[in-house]
Write a protein that binds this ligand. Sequence first.
Ligand code: HEM
Length: 405
Amino acid sequence: MGEHTLVTVDWPQSTATLLGPNSLANSIGDIHRKRRKVFAKVFSHEALESYLPKIQQVIQESLRVWSSNPEPINVYRESQRLSFTMAVRVLLGFRVSEEEMRHLFATFQDFVDNLFSLPIDLPFSGYRKGIRARDTLQKSIEKAIREKPLCSQGKDYSDALDVLMESAKENGTELTMQELKESTIELIFAAFATTASASTSLIMQLLRHPAVLERLREELRARGLLHNGCLMPGELRLDTIVSLKYLDCVIKEVLRLFTPVSGAYRTAMQTFELDGVQIPKGWSVMYSIRDTHDTSAVFKDVDAFDPDRFSQERGEDKEGRFHYLPFGGGVRSCLGKQLATLFLRILAIELASTSRFELATRQFPRVVTVPVVHPVDGLKVKFYGLDSNQNEIMAKSEELLGATV
Ligand code: HEM
């Protein structure tokens, strides 16, 4: 609360420079308001509906690859790859080869690794590496934008970049190539680590709580979405997904207990008082999402994973606006909230309907919170596909091996 009047956004210099002057992160006041308005359309109901089939496809492809790997996979690393692929293919509609995707992903990781570095531009410094990675990304993005088919007309959007360009026009501006490149990198950055963290936590909680997974399957079965372990093609519509109540509770509970973004920094623009404490002008303030979730009195048995706390009967999150905020709050709250929850819901549906998976280590790993919540060993899990009779699908590599022997 009080953004633009009491407090203002405050990113370290390296992050501000690497994200660029046209990013939302670096915008304040009216410019921020106008930019958010342009971005809002990218995440409208209509736009989400048009991304849905592509999101499902990207998730299904990843689960197939995970299931066909004879070895356990590192869920956190693969979830990062998955969320990056989602951002590049679904949000930006780039048609890049596997090879280019690998290169883009490695460069992007370099960029993210150095976003929070000392702003000293010397050879071999983290900051210089970050600048180099940003320049390489911007070049690839410019090439992809120029090669992209022209924006589809009307409401049938093919990707978020189309919507962004159209929305800018509707708001009386044309985005320059530089603005497009910076917006693109900012969107991937905002989606990447957060969604990967939440996907990993979701998979870990489904492994820890088989009864929750079974109830998800029951809900899908009851809605006619699951027949003998197979998701009926074409059944997955946005309204249907959003109406799955238990699924919604599971996603909410994952984001409460394993909140990907710990909080954010602001600078006090004037001296003000909060709960009897004086905050002097110029001080840095952090609002902590994690501590809020951990200490809020509205959550009963706060450490327990209990999706039903969000059920209609209990509705623990309904007891006030400031207890549950995985996506922040106020004018800088998460713009991609609906997209992120849609992605997580589809992932849970696909996991429940097409995969069997088990922990590949003796114990569940410890979870650390920096830079985002993730398991120390990445979470090693063996995935098996399911055929329509809920039987395991043979590992692809075994099939291939059998075929060649
Ligand atoms: C589970 C996944 C996600 C979580 C937990 C999350 C969380 C957050 C939080 C807490 C903020 C506010 C930070 C602040 O107060 O300064 C934020 C901002 C933002 N998020 Fe997300 N986010 C997620 C996914 C996404 C996705 C998928 C996108 C878009 C593709 C996205 C786009 C943004 C943008 C653009 C902002 C900046 C808004 C502004 O400055 O006005 N986020 N997110």
